[in-house]
Design a protein around this ligand. Structure first.
Ligand code: CMP
Length: 133
């Protein structure tokens, strides 16, 4: 599959860095084929993050992701999932490589500015949850 799902998270929308992040995504050769400005409902967030149910950070994650507006993007590029994971960097910005989106913009491992699907199967699943296609 040549598609992945990105979410620009509430901490980034609140800090007015949407443009900087989208610009980096485009400069790295991703084509935006769908885009939505939205607030996640609790039920969508619970469905989206169901792999994390029971983990110590689950409640904090769902509360955070429903706390403000986000931007969802469907990105197209060959090998999109892996290349986008490289561009966003490690979950914890402290360990993210220089130049990655999380190194540049994330606050910490909870408020980490951006999400990228971690497999083709999850990209498909996440795109269908957010965009109904
Ligand atoms: P994301 O890549 O969107 O997918 C799961 C999210 O859970 C992750 O980004 C972080 O926002 C959050 N997360 C993962 N691990 C931790 C952790 N150890 N502590 C707090 N939040 C976490």
């Amino acid at each position: 599959m040549d598609k992945t799902l990105a979410l620009i998270k509430p901490d980034a929308v609140e800090r007015n860095i949407i443009g900087d992040i989208i610009s980096l995504i485009e400069k790295n050769g991703f084509v935006i084929i769908d885009m939505k400005f939205m607030k996640m409902s609790r039920s969508i967030a619970e469905k989206f993050y169901d792999a994390h149910i029971g983990k110590s950070f689950y409640d904090k994650l769902v509360t955070y992701m429903t706390s403000g507006n986000i931007i969802a993007l469907v990105l197209k590029k060959e090998n999109a999932v892996d290349i986008f994971r490289d561009l966003i960097g490690s979950t914890d910005p402290e360990f993210a490589k220089e130049g990655t989106i999380r190194k540049l913009y994330a606050i910490d491992k909870s408020f980490n500015s951006i999400h990228g699907s971690d497999s083709d199967a999850n990209a498909e699943r996440e795109i269908s949850i957010i965009f109904d296609h």
